[in-house]
Design a protein around this ligand. Structure first.
Ligand SMILES: C[S@@+](CC[C@H](N)C(=O)[O-])C[C@H]1O[C@@H](n2cnc3c(N)ncnc32)[C@H](O)[C@@H]1O
Length: 400
């Protein structure tokens, strides 16, 4: 297999990660804390779901009355269309329904709708879900699911990992409110970062560190550590760097960070033994900004531009900081205020004198520091360059 095919196959496997009830509940409750009426009278769409297993459907159906929803629509993707083949058995629920159709069962998506009390018990909940087969396979890009998107007020899901950019664009083009879960590094995508920068999208409130557990299909090949099987035989995997993405307001994003002066940071930092600390507050060579390798080291007494790690977005309060751009070869870097010097094809000279190519991602807009450390350095444009920061950095400035 070509590298690209291998990468696609790897990503397609991650398309079948199912979100835990607790993670959904914990996140949605944050928006309710901020505004108890956030879902009142609203129509919520859960695309890329599988309502028979999905905790998204379970959570929103169980809480339909409490949230004051007008309508809940959930759609699933046909088993035959899935890239990573899962042998999901047809559920008893489906087989025992009068509308069950063996021909359509594997090739068509399904739509589940909840909008009224069908059982007559005075509540709207899971038991009141109505369902039918979709005309097509339930692809979110199909006309019929696109129409459901256009009718919805809020879109909530864990979209397929391999189509995250496309799914994100699909929501943004419809200008909908949304709450979706994905990898934290997706902020660096050129399709996503401009929205983060302009405060049209931000991280959610409840996940800020560590890893989260997702249910996976039985046939998922477990190569990595961090997985378990529960008492019912269901497999779970732990995934690092997960974040919610949203444009729903929550309270955390309006809380400012507490900052110390640069001198106090130098004195009291807990990062002293971390090799990244030696670059703290050094000025970049090709950009008018300083390096701040840890979010909790942002100095209170520096008014210029600072390069901070992506995880700083966990603390981002738009009233406290503005975002100017991002490094790591993204176009946004070039578009902001200062012209940047480019270092083409940097070559890394390792400790032992051997050479390796500099990271491709950094060749377009490499950030270089103004000191030469004694272990590794770079040669680019046939000149010795001081040092390359190989992590993406978000460029920020304190608001006055
Ligand atoms: C990451 S899983 C999440 C499922 C569910 N939302 C959850 O969290 O429990 C994404 C689902 O989207 C489905 N999917 C993949 N490609 C799709 C597409 N083009 N349109 C709709 N769904 C798709 C996958 O088969 C998978 O079931």
């Amino acid at each position: 297999m070509q590298n690209k095919d291998l990468a696609n196959a790897k990503n397609a496997k991650k398309d079948e990660f199912y979100t835990q009830f607790y993670d959904i509940e914990r996140e949605v409750e944050c928006y309710l804390d901020y505004n108890p009426d956030v879902f009142r009278g609203k129509s919520v769409l859960l695309p890329c779901d599988d309502p028979e297993w999905s905790n998204f459907t379970r959570y929103f159906a169980q809480n339909f009355d409490r949230l004051g929803l007008r309508r809940l629509v959930s759609t699933s993707y046909a088993i035959e269309s899935k890239q990573f083949k899962v042998s999901l058995r047809t559920s008893l629920f489906e087989e025992q329904s009068p509308q069950y159709d063996a021909d359509k069962s594997k090739t068509h998506g399904k739509i589940f709708i909840l909008d009224s009390d069908q059982t007559g018990d005075g509540r709207v909940d899971l038991d009141d879900l109505k369902w039918k087969y979709l005309d097509g396979d339930g692809d979110f890009r199909s006309d019929e699911v696109r129409r459901l998107r256009d009718e919805a007020d809020i879109i909530v899901t864990n979209p397929p990992f391999s189509l995250f950019r496309e799914f994100f664009g699909w929501i943004m083009e419809a200008k909908k409110q949304f709450l979706i879960i994905g990898n934290m590094n997706a902020v660096t995508y050129k399709e996503i970062f401009p929205h983060i920068k302009e405060n049209r999208v931000w991280y959610g409130e409840s996940i800020h560190s560590g890893d989260r557990e997702f249910a996976i299909p039985d046939e998922y090949p477990i190569e990595a550590s961090g997985w378990r099987v529960d008492e019912d035989g269901r497999k779970y995997i732990r995934v690092k760097g997960v974040r919610w993405y949203t444009n729903l307001e929550h309270g955390r994003r309006h809380k400012s960070m507490d900052l110390m002066t640069m001198a106090d940071n130098r004195k009291y930092t807990k990062h002293r033994d971390n090799p990244k600390w030696r670059f703290a507050y050094l000025h970049y060579d090709n950009y008018d900004a300083i390096e701040v390798p840890f979010s909790d080291a942002i100095p209170s007494d520096y008014d210029g531009v600072m390069g901070v790690p992506i995880s700083w977005l966990d603390f981002y309060c738009p009233e406290q900081f503005e975002i100017l751009g991002i490094t790591a070869g993204r176009d946004e870097f070039d578009k902001i205020a200062w012209p940047t010097k480019r270092y083409i094809n940097p070559i890394q000279i390792n400790k032992d004198g051997s050479k390796s190519n500099g990271s491709k991602a950094n060749t377009r807009a490499t950030i270089l520091l103004d000191t030469i450390p004694d272990d590794i350095y770079y040669i680019a444009d046939n000149a010795v360059c001081p040092f390359q920061i190989s992590y993406a950095r978000i460029l920020i400035r304190k608001r006055k």
